[in-house]
Design a protein around this ligand. Structure first.
Ligand code: HEM
Length: 259
């Protein structure tokens, strides 16, 4: 049996697949947050960044398909492992014992996973497809970059390029209280999911033992709290008015909206 087939067919293989796909998804989640935090800077930043990603064309599609595969394998492995655990568990007494022993994040990991999945579907419909709020969609409001957007010192998108106004789309999106609150709850549940997920990821990969386990737990808690606060900051600052729309993005929007 090849290594890959073994990973899919054995229980430990499925655990490893879950850990590795989890690692990919955590990497994406943190990278995405860092990109999104550019909303607190000049609109050139987040708009230039989104344009740069879209200009990578086939590479973006490879990344998207990779992420989709990671999500699919992660959910498949989680479902099969849960069913196997249920079958193996047997007597009710054991179920009660493990319920008491497990922490909250671990106990509700499946439910937080389902809700996060529903959020991602909504989120893609909202910001990638423009299906939920078509009037605010990024392509309706163009934006002209005032500075070059650079990556590693190299110009990725030139000043003067007309690009979709992601800044304004996100800003308008979070001016709606139900939308902003839904995002805050969803990222809260995602952070809670990561609290147990990242711990068990290290456990599966055999990187969580002895005194290091306690230290790792603290690092994981800290990262999850920072992840939550970073994600909370964006809808939170817009909804409360702490972040005022940058005039550069607002002016372009008015001009485009009048056409
Ligand atoms: C305040 C929080 C967030 C903001 C402001 C935000 C913003 C955005 C924006 C603007 C896009 C569209 C980019 C474009 O096509 O130009 C996007 C896409 C996406 N976001 Fe988020 N996001 C947030 C949270 C999350 C979270 C928590 C996840 C899941 C871990 C996530 C997953 C995705 C995915 C999978 C896409 C699709 C990427 C693609 O089109 O290839 N986002 N996000």
């Amino acid at each position: 049996m090849s290594l890959l087939a073994n990973l899919f067919r054995s229980s430990i293989g499925r655990k490893i697949l879950m850990a590795l796909t989890g690692l990919i998804l955590v990497g994406f989640a943190f990278g995405h947050l860092v990109g999104n935090l550019q909303i607190f800077s000049h609109p050139d930043k987040i708009n230039g960044y989104a344009e740069f990603l879209h200009q990578t064309g086939p590479l973006l599609w490879v990344a998207r398909l990779g992420l989709l595969a990671a999500v699919g394998i992660h959910i498949w492995a989680a479902t099969v492992l849960t069913l196997e655990n249920k079958q193996a568990r047997g007597p009710e007494a054991y179920a009660i014992k493990s319920w008491i022993r497990a922490g909250l994040a671990s106990r509700y990991i499946r439910w937080t996973g389902y809700i996060v999945l529903a959020f991602i579907v909504y989120h893609i419909a909202h910001f990638t497809l423009g299906a939920t709020h078509p009037a605010d969609f990024k392509s309706n409001y163009s934006y002209v970059l005032t500075h070059d957007y650079t990556v590693a010192g190299l110009t990725a998108v030139k000043a003067g390029t007309e690009v979709p106004n992601v800044y304004l789309m996100v800003y308008r999106g979070f001016q709606s209280a139900p939308v902003a609150i839904f995002y805050i709850i969803a990222v809260g549940l995602l952070s809670f999911h990561l609290l147990h997920g990242v711990d068990s990821l290290f456990q599966t990969l055999g990187l969580r033992s002895g005194t290091w386990a306690n230290c790792l737990r603290r690092v994981v808690v800290l990262l999850c709290v920072l992840y939550f606060l970073g994600n909370l900051a964006i809808p939170g600052a817009i909804l409360t008015g702490a972040l005022q729309p940058h005039p550069a993005a607002a002016v372009t929007a008015t001009a485009s909206a009048q056409n």
